[in-house]
Design a protein around this ligand. Sequence first.
Ligand code: PBG
Ligand code: ZN
Length: 323
Amino acid sequence: MFQRFRRTRLNKHLRALVRETNVSVNDFIYPLFIREGKGIKTEVSSMPGVFQMSIDEILKECEELKKLGIFSILLFGIPEVKDSIGSDSLCEYGIITSSIRTIKKAHPDMFIVTDLCFCEYTDHGHCGIIDEVNKTVDNDATLQISKQQALIHAKAGVDMIAPSGMMDGIIETLREALDAEGFENLPIMAYSTKFSSGYYGPFRDVAESSPSFGDRTSYQMDPANRREAIAESLSDEAQGADILMVKPALAYLDIVREIKDASSLPMAVYNVSGEYAMLKFAGMNNLIDYDRVVMETMISFKRAGADIIISYHAKEVAKLLQV
Ligand code: PBG
Ligand code: ZN
């Protein structure tokens, strides 16, 4: 039998034809941080290129995103006043619900996803209500008020909700609550496998959501546990999630691949703040070819099995894809 050991060299057209993985602007969701006020656009020092913005600036940003071909956004609210139960997130006219209405009115073609959690709204910075006796997050009490948060987002016109607090039973709880109120068609993207990670550091600056005591290890996952990571996502699938997610992305691509192979649901990765900051600061110091490394990183997410990439790089990628 003839065996040829020298491989045929492909020219660039044929390389493009046979490429296994492609990144498209359609793959992206861009996170936005909204705060009260007018004319506010404050850059986050730990994340150059990422801003806290007031709603008027957010509307301009949406215009720019659409020009780049990005139609999906993930909203985080930074309320003026924080308290122990995150009241602003439970109020029909809090920062996030008002923003959903205003954006929908000005940009009905934007696909709005909201991060459903309490850490941005509570004065203690935890992702739920605190059980004062044990000083830990009370899972079941948090499930109850999460329903309220989901329903006001739904009524304000959100297109998809993304519960990120890692409470047990959250997907089933929210699915039932939404169905009961006539929102059977509102999809849920579960932060289904979310690790307790140091990579969230810069986010907590921008969302002003660092826990004032303790950490999130009681409800987020141990980075060392692979089988548990897969079980968490499959449990959310069983509870009715529409999209699964692995977060952070880069250090967990093995987990992305395994969940992708184990589930038939679409998969998202969250390319988090610390991952963004690493590339950004390396690029600013001319340690890497920034554009090239960004694209290489995005390809790695798709190759691992991600369908959706939530990333602060989304606008940069859209521009790189245009040339
Ligand atoms: C809220 C939430 C966090 C992130 C997304 N949603 C912070 C956290 O869990 O501490 C992190 C995103 C990022 O680092 O970019 N629970
Ligand atoms: Zn949270």
